[in-house]
Write a protein that binds this ligand. Structure first.
Ligand SMILES: *[C@@H]1O[C@H](CO)[C@@H](O)[C@H](O)[C@H]1NC(C)=O
Ligand SMILES: *[C@@H]1O[C@H](CO)[C@@H](O)[C@H](O)[C@H]1NC(C)=O
Ligand SMILES: *[C@@H]1O[C@H](CO)[C@@H](O)[C@H](O)[C@H]1NC(C)=O
Ligand SMILES: [Zn+2]
Length: 449
């Protein structure tokens, strides 16, 4: 019943969405010589999909309008939760549908803005005439790649030579910036997704300040830990064993030693920040409140501390749990702990959540060669310090690379005055043309990973 209802809904709303899209009025007329892809990119940026009220409907309508100008591109709108959270799926059928398909993913949403801190309206997509910088929330994270996929396919389809061997899917998902639970997390669990038979995924990466592109083969996984010490309360003047504060300070000492051991590796240049386990204290809660602050002659009976922990994919979750229960919050010291968030570290086969970037993963070589063909260079593959939707695909064992073709660009995701230069954006379309062509015509076997 539920499925049938959803399909009906899907059908009628798709008809509605396919009706003509009128772009939002632009504050300034487009420059007479502004390339059409830049105008289309700016129109997408003007649609406010920032949290807490992302306008997904308008964004999907806009993308659908462009997609419908590309011959043979199939358009499907999927509702995983409510009508307010559509997922757009575009499909270019390959000549051999039995081969695993390639998916290009981006998210529709962006983080909020503090408008007063911006030089230009964050939803105005101001194009600075002197340097070509396009200012907008989402310019780097990640509306650029969403539109570049579409422009690359549009240009490839304009050339009659292009007929992919493998099917190419492009997805636009909601809610990545708030954890992806109503977006990619639900999508990968759906029947629709299973039917796509995805063999390889390209998802978002980050800007590179150098002349080389960056590529990410894993995300770090977040854990949130709250530890609590209990002890006898006592007069502030008294020295006695095992008060709550003392027990907590012992734990903090041990945790600090561990933190130093990890940080030393980074400081010595032996590991990147994202390759070690970070443990950072984020709150301390203790004391007996008084009208003017805290009671000063009383030792409290309870102390609490919170930590943000990030684990690289190679970290051993069982070992960390042992550290927590035996050293960081041991019961014999009258301490308790709670892991309030526990990100997954292994895929469904028990393998670390990472995509190999060597010969064991044939997709890697195809991607690397495509970058070379596009005249680009890659830096050493990295682990992303934060998390993206890529983790949901990696959990299903699907190799996934994070990549956004932005070189010579400062890293401004989630920052004020996020911008992307027009020339960098246009160059990215060329890069994706090579990537889409190479990945979709890859004729080897990909099952070894
Ligand atoms: C733990 O609590 C018990 C009961 O209050 C107390 O006897 C013991 O000394 C405490 N131990 C530590 C290490 O705090
Ligand atoms: C390729 O990389 C994976 C993951 O880092 C590693 O486990 C594997 O041993 C590597 N294989 C080769 C052939 O280098
Ligand atoms: C696979 O593609 C390569 C490179 O495009 C080509 O040289 C080769 O003949 C193809 N092999 C098959 C079995 O189609
Ligand atoms: Zn993003």
């Amino acid at each position: 019943m539920f499925t049938r209802h959803r399909q009906l809904l899907l059908f009628s709303v798709a008809i509605f969405l396919l009706s003509e899209y009128t772009p939002p009025p632009s504050s300034a007329a487009a420059h007479p010589r502004e390339p059409a892809p830049i105008t289309r990119f700016r129109s997408y940026l003007k649609i406010n999909t920032a949290h807490p009220n992302p306008d997904y409907t308008t964004a999907v309508k806009y993308l659908t309008a462009i997609a419908s100008t590309i011959p043979t591109l199939r358009i499907k709108i999927i509702y995983l939760t409510t009508l307010e959270k559509p997922l757009l799926l575009l499909t270019l059928a390959g000549s051999d549908p039995s081969l695993p398909a390639v998916l290009f993913n981006s998210h529709l949403d962006s983080v909020p803005v503090e408008s007063s801190k911006w030089l230009h309206d964050p939803f105005g997509a101001h194009l600075s005439p002197e340097d070509g910088k396009i200012y907008a929330r989402g310019a780097q994270d990640d509306k650029c790649i969403g539109m570049q996929y579409l422009e690359a396919i549009k240009e490839l389809k304009g050339n009659l030579d292009f007929s992919p061997l493998r099917t190419v899917h492009v997805s636009y998902v909601p809610d990545e910036e708030i954890g992806g639970f109503d977006g990619m997390a639900k999508f990968v669990e759906s029947e629709e997704f299973k039917e796509l038979n995805i063999g390889f995924v390209m998802d978002e990466g980050q800007a590179s300040p150098s002349d080389e592109f960056r590529v990410f083969y894993a995300d770090r996984t977040p854990w949130h830990m709250v530890i609590k010490a209990n002890g006898l309360p006592g007069h502030g003047s008294r020295m006695y064993e095992n008060c709550a504060m003392e027990n907590m300070m012992k734990s903090i000492e041990v945790i600090t030693k561990f933190r130093d051991s990890q940080f030393d590796l980074v400081k010595a240049g032996l590991a990147a920040n994202s390759e070690v386990i970070s443990v950072n204290p984020v709150f301390l809660k203790a004391g007996t409140p008084s009208p003017t602050g805290f009671v000063m002659n009383m030792q409290p009976s309870e102390v609490e501390a919170g930590f943000d922990i990030r684990l690289p994919p190679t970290a051993d979750p069982d070992l960390l749990m042992r550290r927590i229960t035996e050293e960081w919050a041991p019961a014999w010291r009258n301490m308790t702990y709670e892991i309030t968030k526990k990100g997954v570290l292994r895929d469904y086969l028990g393998r670390p959540l990472l995509t190999p970037t060597n010969d064991s993963n044939p997709w890697w070589s195809v991607f690397e060669q495509a970058i070379a063909k596009a005249g680009g260079k890659l830096t050493k593959p990295e682990i992303l310090a934060s998390t993206t939707d890529a983790r949901f695909m990696r959990q299903r064992g699907i190799p996934t690379l994070g990549f956004s073709p932005m070189k010579n660009t400062p890293i401004l995701l989630h920052d004020h005055n996020e911008f992307l230069k027009d020339s960098v954006y246009l160059d990215g379309i060329k890069v994706y043309k090579h990537i889409i062509k190479s990945l979709s015509s890859f004729n080897g076997t990909s099952s070894s990973y």
